[in-house]
Structure formats: structure tokens, C-alpha cells
Design a protein around this ligand. Structure first.
Ligand SMILES: *[C@@H]1O[C@H](CO)[C@@H](O)[C@H](O)[C@H]1NC(C)=O
Ligand SMILES: *[C@@H]1O[C@H](CO)[C@@H](O)[C@H](O)[C@H]1NC(C)=O
Ligand SMILES: *[C@@H]1O[C@H](CO)[C@@H](O)[C@H](O)[C@H]1NC(C)=O
Ligand SMILES: *[C@@H]1O[C@H](CO)[C@@H](O)[C@H](O)[C@H]1NC(C)=O
Ligand SMILES: *[C@@H]1O[C@H](CO)[C@@H](O)[C@H](O)[C@H]1NC(C)=O
Length: 479
């Protein structure tokens, strides 16, 4: 729930501030003096007021406070067979999704990249697909009941991609819209989030894929009882929903009701797990950002810039390039920022990157380059490790599995939970979004979101699944 004063100007009134109709000639002559001395300055003033009111739209809306008792829980998928030596464990994404499905009273909106919740696509007979199948069954049941409006925005599937889940859900009564990001921005819809009853949200790395529950390592966040945040994420969903209608193009300027007062400069102040926090949701690509929305890249750069002691990053892919562009293009925004804070402010930087059969070899020279910015005497400390999810012969049969798919960052101050791979394309063409949580002080006995995310990072970094990259790392053997 939002409280506070809204300073929105009544647009109708402004619109009626038109030049007065030209009056009859003789009266005009009589009023010449009046025009110059009184009306012209008044009109000039009106124009200035109009400009002042219309230009800084995000700052125009007064900061609002949120009185919801928001609860954030980090949730994970730990692939079958992985075990860590620490007590850092989080609820599973599978259980979280089941709970959200059973919790839904009126609406469930899902933004998604693709759907393969059953094992039909792989041709293996994987027992561990059962969790994905449960989720599909739950969503189908909910859509059939008709009590809850189920809406799914999905990236326009290519011919080769399975569409069976979407057909099942659509037949059961769910509303499905396919967003043609390829045509709109030469990208895809890579976002993965849920908005339930305009009150609870889930956001994270997991795709609507059975592997994302049992065979791929994922991290996300669920925020319960938080209509302020849910309404804001709902605006991002609504933009996908709009673009999913046939024949729609990206508006040159998104209508005012898509805009947000919450961003990196004026975050949403709320109580999260009993701790005062400021949060916002970022979005990419820029063309999908309405007024006030922080672009995902800008969020990342500002979180890195804000760190005082450390920046820990866990992402699947890291490339200072436009991965999919021809001709090739170098893209160093994030890379430069990391080197800058390491050099200028002696911030400790750690990157935990994934290594698996499908890893692009071009990633490694750039990672080695970053890792070589390490010198005790100069107090330069960038370290890079590769995380490998081991697979037994049976697990090796599962295509596109056994990988760390995390996409988050944690600094000494802020937790950033995103949905994008870290290469240029994801911030320029591809739709993604992230939740940024800034908790300056812990006032409750519970650890902060930042502390919890740091514990997850350290668990993985210190585990035997992570190997430092250096000039001698034998990548062919490792990945
Ligand atoms: C993110 O990166 C992985 C690994 O390259 C890839 O499989 C996945 O398709 C990427 N996401 C998109 C939207 O391209
Ligand atoms: C959300 O609020 C309801 C009603 O106040 C409460 O019963 C429920 O436990 C809350 N959920 C969480 C996860 O805190
Ligand atoms: C903004 O208003 C239009 C017209 O009423 C509506 O179709 C659209 O869904 C709204 N967008 C949001 C984010 O609420
Ligand atoms: C976190 O909050 C503090 C205090 O309000 C602010 O100075 C800082 O810029 C914020 N950091 C980020 C990354 O938003
Ligand atoms: C757990 O500890 C044992 C014994 O020290 C070690 O062999 C193993 O690699 C550790 N596992 C992880 C995931 O770190």
C-alpha cells in the first residue's frame, strides 16, 4: 500500500491554459497595450511552469513510502548431486513456485523466455523432470479453475522451439502473448519473473524449464506481501503485454502510467524483513524503459561504483563484447567499471563465472585479463574463478544442463538480483530486469538480504566446484 501526497499536476487544467481566442479587430486594437504589458509575461510564465512540471517527470512525483510488511527470501535451485560444506541453504525455487501457485487469489502474471517444463524435449527419461511437470500441472489447474487470471508473456518462440506447454496452458484458459523482441529490438525476451495478486513477486535466473529446478544452478528472490514493489514490476510486465499484441511497435515515449517514481536516485523506501531498505527495479533494453525507470546497465554500473570494500559477481556469461553482433563489437562498460573501482578505490573484485561444454571460448582471454589485475603491492585485487557443476554419465545425457546459471552481484552494501547474461547484447537489445536492494543497516536480528547473498557467494566461491583462472588453467580438462 502506498501512502503520501501525489503532486501530479492536473493535466486537464494545464491543457486548457490555451492562448485566448483572437477577439474582434477593434477590441484587439484597444487591448494592444494590455497584451504586451500583462498577457505576454503571463503566458511566458505559464510556459515556464509547464516546462518545469513536465520535464523532470520522475522527480515530479513526491517520494512515497511503503507501509507493506515486505518479506524477501532468497531462493535457489541446487542441481541434483551438488553438496556444500556450509550451512548456507535457501528454500528451493520449486517449492516457492508451488507456494505462489497455491497462494494466488486473483492474478498470476509470468514473464518468461521459453517453456519446457516437461521432459518431452530431451528424449531422455529423466526422473528429475517431475518437479517441472508439477509446476506445469499446477499452472494448468489454476488456469482451468478460472478463479485466477493467468497471463503469460513469452519471447516469440522460433520454429524449432517447443511450444507444447504454452498450448496446454492456453487451452486451459491462460492468456498467452508472444513478444516478438527479435523484430522489435533484435533481441529476445529474456526476463523471468512472476507477479502474484499484485502483491507477491518472484524474480531470478530460472527459466520455465524443468532443468532450472533440478539440473541447473539458479538463484532468485521472492518478495511476499509487497504491493508497492509488485505494482512497479507489474508496469514492466504490462509493457511486455502491450508489445505482445499483434502489430504493436515500441512507443517513442511510453504513456505516463508506465512510468515509475522508483529508481536508483529515488528508490522505494520500505521495510524489508524488518530492516529499513531502499529498493528499485531496473529494466533493459533502454527502449522498454518508461520515464523514471533505471536501465539495467546503469543499475549495474552504479552498484559497482557504490561499493566501498568488495564487489562479488556470479554470472553465467561474462564478455566485454556484443556477443551476437556482426561485425564484431567491443563493449567494455562493465569491464572498465570493475577495473576502475579496483584501481581507484582498492575495492576487492571477485567474479564467479560458469564453465561448461557450451561456454564461448572467447570468454577466457578476457577473464584472464581481468584476473591479471592482481598485485599485492599495488593493492590491486581482481580475482576470477570458474564454477563447474559436475555431471555423472546419466546427467551428461541431459542437454543444456549441469551449469551455474546465476545472475547476481553483491557488494558490501547492495544486493543485485538479475535475469541477464553479462555481455553487451543483454543490455542493448534483450529484455531483462533486476531487483536492487540497498540495506544500510541491520536493525533486526535477522541477517540482511545483502548478508544472505554474500553467504551464498562465499559458499560457492570457497567450494571445491570453483577453480581460479590463470594462464595455466587447462580449460579443456576443467569444463
Ligand atoms: C545466456 O547465455 C547462455 C550461454 O551462452 C545461453 O545458453 C542463453 O541462451 C543465453 N541467453 C540468451 C537469451 O541468449
Ligand atoms: C503475508 O501477510 C499475511 C497477512 O498478513 C500473513 O498471513 C502471511 O504470513 C504473510 N506472508 C509472509 C511470507 O510473510
Ligand atoms: C496504461 O493505460 C492504458 C490505457 O488505459 C492501459 O491499456 C495500459 O495497460 C496501462 N498501463 C499500465 C502499466 O498500467
Ligand atoms: C544505498 O543507500 C545509500 C544511503 O541512502 C546511498 O548513499 C547509496 O547511493 C545507495 N546505493 C545504491 C547502489 O543505490
Ligand atoms: C567438503 O569438504 C571435503 C573435505 O574437506 C572436501 O573434500 C570437499 O571437496 C568439500 N566440498 C565442497 C563442495 O567444497
Amino acid at each position: 500500500m502506498l501512502t503520501g501526497i501525489n503532486t501530479d499536476v492536473p493535466y486537464e487544467k494545464l491543457a486548457s491554459l490555451k492562448m485566448p481566442e483572437e477577439e474582434t479587430q477593434h477590441r484587439y486594437k484597444a487591448q494592444k497595450y494590455y497584451w504586451f504589458v500583462f498577457l505576454v509575461p503571463t503566458l511566458l510564465l505559464a510556459v515556464m511552469v509547464l516546462q518545469a512540471l513536465l520535464v523532470p517527470l520522475p522527480s515530479r512525483t513526491l517520494r512515497q513510502t511503503c507501509t507493506d510488511p515486505c518479506r524477501l527470501v532468497l531462493v535457489e535451485s541446487i542441481p541434483e548431486g551438488l553438496s556444500f560444506n556450509t550451512s548456507t541453504t535457501n528454500p528451493s525455487i520449486y517449492q516457492t513456485w508451488l507456494d505462489l501457485i497455491s497462494e494466488a487469489q486473483s492474478s498470476l502474471d509470468i514473464a518468461s523466455f521459453y517453456w519446457t517444463l516437461t521432459n518431452k524435449d530431451t528424449g531422455t527419461h529423466e526422473q528429475t523432470a517431475n518437479q517441472g511437470e508439477d509446476i506445469l500441472a499446477g499452472l494448468t489447474r489454476l488456469s482451468k479453475e478460472g478463479r485466477v487470471s493467468v497471463r503469460i508473456a513469452v519471447s516469440m518462440p522460433q520454429e524449432s522451439q517447443p511450444q507444447e506447454d504454452l498450448a496446454i496452458l492456453s487451452n486451459a484458459g491462460a492468456d498467452v502473448r508472444k513478444v516478438n523482441m527479435r523484430e522489435l529490438t533484435s533481441g529476445v525476451l529474456h526476463t523471468k519473473f512472476w507477479v502474484v495478486d499484485r502483491k507477491h513477486i518472484y524474480i531470478g535466473s530460472a527459466n520455465m524449464d524443468w532443468r532450472s529446478l533440478t539440473q541447473v544452478k539458479e538463484l532468485g528472490a521472492v518478495v511476499y506481501n509487497c504491493s508497492c514493489l509488485a505494482e512497479d514490476l507489474g508496469k514492466i510486465f504490462q509493457a511486455y503485454w502491450y508489445l505482445g499484441e499483434a502489430g504493436k511497435t515500441i512507443p517513442s515515449h511510453w504513456p505516463a502510467n508506465y512510468s515509475t517514481p522508483y529508481n536508483k536516485d529515488t528508490p522505494l523506501e520500505l521495510s524489508l524483513n524488518g530492516t529499513p531498505s531502499s529498493t528499485y527495479l531496473s529494466s533493459s533494453p533502454p527502449a522498454l524503459c518508461a520515464d523514471g525507470r533505471t536501465q539495467d546497465l546503469k543499475a549495474i554500473l552504479s552498484v559497482i561504483d557504490d561499493a566501498h570494500q568488495f564487489v562479488y559477481i556470479a554470472v553465467m556469461n561474462y564478455l566485454p563484447t556484443m556477443e551476437f553482433s556482426h561485425p564484431k563489437r567491443y563493449w567494455s562498460d562493465i569491464d572498465t567499471q570493475l577495473r576502475r573501482v579496483a584501481y581507484e578505490r582498492r575495492v576487492h573484485v571477485r567474479l564467479l563465472i560458469s564453465c561448461w561444454a557450451s561456454t564461448q571460448p572467447a570468454m577466457f582471454p578476457f577473464l584472464r585479463s581481468l584476473a591479471s589485475v592482481n598485485d599485492h603491492k599495488s593493492k590491486l585485487d581482481i580475482q576470477v574463478k570458474l564454477f563447474v557443476v559436475p555431471a555423472n554419465p546419466r546427467q551428461k545425457e541431459i542437454p543444456y544442463a549441469r551449469v551455474n546459471h546465476n545472475k547476481y552481484m553483491v557488494t558490501d552494501k547492495v544486493a543485485y538480483i538479475g535475469t541477464s547474461n553479462w555481455s553487451g547484447d543483454y543490455f542493448v537489445h534483450t529484455a531483462g530486469s533486476a531487483l536492487v536492494v540497498n540495506q544500510t543497516s541491520a536493525q533486526s536480528t535477522e541477517s540482511t538480504v545483502q548478508e544472505q547473498l554474500q553467504a551464498v557467494f562465499e559458499r560457492d566461491w570457497d567450494s571445491s566446484y570453483s577453480t581460479p583462472i590463470n594462464q595455466h588453467t587447462d580449460l579443456n580438462r576443467l569444463c
